[in-house]
Ligand binder design. Structure first.
Ligand code: FES
Length: 104
């Protein structure tokens, strides 16, 4: 694992780590669009649940979840301004701001 990639350091700016919205739901902002998921889901889970299958640009094309266990780094996103967050490992926190990344 690579702590330098910010996988666990990108908690929300909403001030309440692990907080969720009403009825066990979370809402995150994906490229400015509000996307709802269930409390406890990873960011990748919320993205997949919204119909998104790819969210990172790479030379090989669009990438999303490949391994789902934190190894491949195909699912990297920027969360609350922190780059290189593995969407498959980071729990979605109500109010997170998620942006796609374009890299190698
Ligand atoms: S899908 Fe492989 S690290 Fe997230």
């Amino acid at each position: 694992m690579s702590g330098a990639r910010g996988a666990t350091a990108a908690h929300g700016s909403s001030g309440a780590h692990g907080s969720s919205g009403a009825h066990g739901s979370v809402e995150i902002l994906v490229e400015g669009e509000t996307v709802a998921g269930r409390a406890g889901q990873t960011i990748a889970g919320v993205l997949l649940g919204s119909g998104r299958v790819a969210w990172r640009g790479a030379q090989q094309g669009e990438r999303g979840v490949f391994c789902g266990i934190g190894v491949c780094h195909d699912c990297l996103v920027t969360v609350n301004g922190v780059e290189g967050v593995r969407a498959c490992q980071r729990e979605a926190v109500h109010g997170d701001r998620v942006e796609r990344e374009v890299r190698g």
